[in-house]
Design a protein around this ligand. Structure first.
Ligand code: AMP
Ligand code: GLY
Length: 419
């Protein structure tokens, strides 16, 4: 098995794959020091498509699981399938569901799935009309991939026009050539991930991601500062209902267009006063949701990944361990604006020895013979508990064992506060 990527999500994936009786050997590219304790890491970058295909061929792997979106949008899954290698991850055509917000808005409308009213625009004049049509208070988004920086939540027309002007002027490069300007929705957020192939979908336990750097959902957006699974107040039945009313119609609409989705389809939703409405899709496992969700699985994930890759997946459910899991991300000084590298980290092994705790590496490296920071999100500490509160207490107890200079964490992961 080969897992492509180097974050906490990939560490969680490698951990469950390595524990499967169906797995003889697990590799990662490029991986990280935590992954290196479970599998073999190879120094191939995630966007080096030729290099990843060559590595998979050289290793003779039975399955490649692609973690991040960038190689998917670049067509890694297509290239692997062409080479006769089974892959968990969608084609470049299907990855448009994450790669282009304008494409996805149109798809949602065609599939009849509830989402924010939106306009796709390419000029400032069109942007002004869209902002006016939405009453000023709206959300301005870059169409393309922008690593979480392409969404600006605006309180009024002046702010929205400024955001549109900056993006159209190239603040995020080509990602902002087309903008999506949409209605601003209110409510708690929910992530529902499902393993999908063609028309079949198997839900994973629901999760909530805490995206802002500051407690109470304040400050700039990050890649995610923590997660809880299940999302508070969301039952397994509700998660299944979302898969039936969101994922399935999208899979069918894609098939109508000759696109068969295979991989993890992640729906980001807002629980509004009128019901769940879609914010966005990702075409991969979420990070840090994966670190909270996978430790809750009560059965082997690998046969499901293989079924997706081989086209034999059927509708069904995955057994889960009752209770909840909370993941607290430990980030380096300056994150999300910048990050620090090379700072020594202590306590990781001690934290990981606690019962029902796992410490996943994200931005770590080995420097001078010891574990050091190497990025913004450094570690993701997950604990399971009988309920959300117990998991939260256990996750913070474990996180308290870990220290590095400049370490940042949110103290309210798992609570009802805003994400
Ligand atoms: P996206 O990358 O589209 O998920 O947007 C990132 C974050 O921006 C979401 O998780 C929400 O917190 C927020 N957001 C995006 N679209 C909207 C919207 N239409 N209304 C309110 N908040 C939004
Ligand atoms: N947790 C958000 C993401 O994976 O995009």
């Amino acid at each position: 098995m080969l897992v492509v990527g180097s974050g906490g999500r990939e560490h969680a994936l490698v951990s469950v794959i390595a524990a499967s009786p169906h797995c003889l050997e697990v590799h990662a590219a490029p991986g990280n020091p935590g992954i290196a304790l479970v599998g073999k890491c190879h120094p191939v970058k995630v966007d080096d498509i030729d290099g990843q295909v060559a590595l998979a061929q050289e290793l003779g792997v039975d399955l490649v699981v692609v973690g991040p979106e960038v190689p998917l949008v670049l067509g890694l899954a297509d290239r692997l399938r062409d080479a006769g290698i089974a892959v968990f991850g969608p084609s470049a055509a299907a990855a448009q569901v994450e790669g282009s917000k304008a494409f996805t808005k149109e798809l949602l409308e065609a599939a009849g799935v509830d989402t924010a009213k939106a306009f796709a625009v390419t000029t400032l004049a069109e942007a002004r009309d869209a902002i006016a049509a939405l009453g000023g208070r709206c959300v301005v988004k870059a169409d393309g991939l922008a690593a979480g920086k392409g969404v600006i939540i605006c309180d009024d027309a002046a702010e929205a026009e400024q955001a549109a002007q900056d993006l159209l002027a190239g603040a995020l490069g080509d990602a902002g050539t087309t903008l999506v300007i949409e209605e601003r929705m209110e409510g708690p957020e929910l992530s529902v991930l499902a393993l999908c192939n063609a028309e079949a979908a198997v839900p994973l336990p629901s999760a909530r991601d805490y995206k802002r750097i500051g407690e109470g959902g304040t400050g700039p957006n990050t890649g995610g500062m923590g997660a809880i699974s299940p999302a508070p107040g969301v039952s397994d039945e509700e998660a299944q209902h979302i898969v039936d009313t969101v994922h399935k119609p999208i899979l069918r609409e894609l098939l109508k267009r000759g696109i068969s989705f295979s991989g993890c389809l992640y729906a980001g939703l807002m629980l509004t006063a009128t019901g769940p409405r879609v914010l966005e899709f990702n075409v991969r496992f979420g990070d840090p949701e994966t670190e909270a969700v996978l430790p809750r699985l009560g059965e082997d994930l690998l046969p499901f990944l293989l079924a997706c890759a081989n086209g034999t997946l059927q509708d069904g459910t995955l057994r889960t361990i009752p209770g909840a899991a909370v993941t607290v991300v430990l980030a380096s000084r300056g994150y999300p604006a910048s990050s620090e590298s090379g700072t020594p980290i202590s306590g990781v092994a001690e934290a990981g020895r606690q019962r029902d705790v796992a410490v996943f590496h994200a931005g770590t490296a080995i420097g001078g013979g010891q574990l050091v920071t190497a990025g913004g999100r450094v570690l993701a500490v997950t604990a399971r508990g009988a309920d959300g509160d117990a998991a939260k207490v256990a996750a913070y107890e474990a996180a308290a064992q870990i220290a590095f200079d400049g370490m940042q964490l949110r103290a309210d992961i798992g609570s009802d506060s805003q994400g």
